[in-house]
Write a protein that binds this ligand. Sequence first.
Ligand SMILES: C[S@@+](CC[C@H](N)C(=O)[O-])C[C@H]1O[C@@H](n2cnc3c(N)ncnc32)[C@H](O)[C@@H]1O
Length: 218
Amino acid sequence: MRRVTGKQVVDLGPSEFAELRARHVGAVLDVGTGDGKHALHLARTHPDHLVIGLDAAKDNLRKSAAKSAASPRKGGLPNLLYIWAAAEQLPAELREITELHVLMPWGSLLRGILGDDPAMLSGLANLCAPDARFLITLNLHAWRPPVPEVGDNPEPTPDSATESLGPLLAAAGWHLDEAAYLDADAIAALATSWTRRLNSSRDQLEVLALTGVVNPSR
Ligand SMILES: C[S@@+](CC[C@H](N)C(=O)[O-])C[C@H]1O[C@@H](n2cnc3c(N)ncnc32)[C@H](O)[C@@H]1O
């Protein structure tokens, strides 16, 4: 698979990935990682986990990727990888993911998460270990006004997400436990650059978080 290390893109083979994965107690995959800040934050705060930021666009990854690939003496993070790939064409080498994050998706990633691309959801579930946790955060500005990717889906609320989106996710192995609005502190704790761009009038509820289990063992 294509590992971004800054301006360079290098090949990371299945055995190299398996070796890295075996050295960590868990692996978090941040799909649509953007500039990779959330993945960087996770890697710093969870040094015993392998963190993988994946995005279909490689150029925004460069800065965080160069930081992570530096030597540990210079602040590099040996538990952080950035992979250039689309969620529709996932690298077969990625395995044993114990946590999936999809924060503020847009484009085909948003369409897929809203259930329009069951193959994308199943493909992501196939990378996961049993009982992996997932976190999806939907930027509700995508419905204000609606962008084309949301199609006919109305803006989700905690109740409507459970009723309408829950079954679509479950069909692909993603079992939704909870849908809840995030407050400003919870949004800030995600440490993504994108959330800083959200409208700062926090009296509005702007982000809906969906959490649950992928491939439940019972
Ligand atoms: C709004 S940005 C959010 C970035 C980051 N998660 C954050 O919260 O700051 C959406 C990201 O999803 C990526 N994306 C869109 N469709 C994708 C796909 N099919 N596969 C992988 N990444 C995708 C885009 O390239 C973009 O970086």
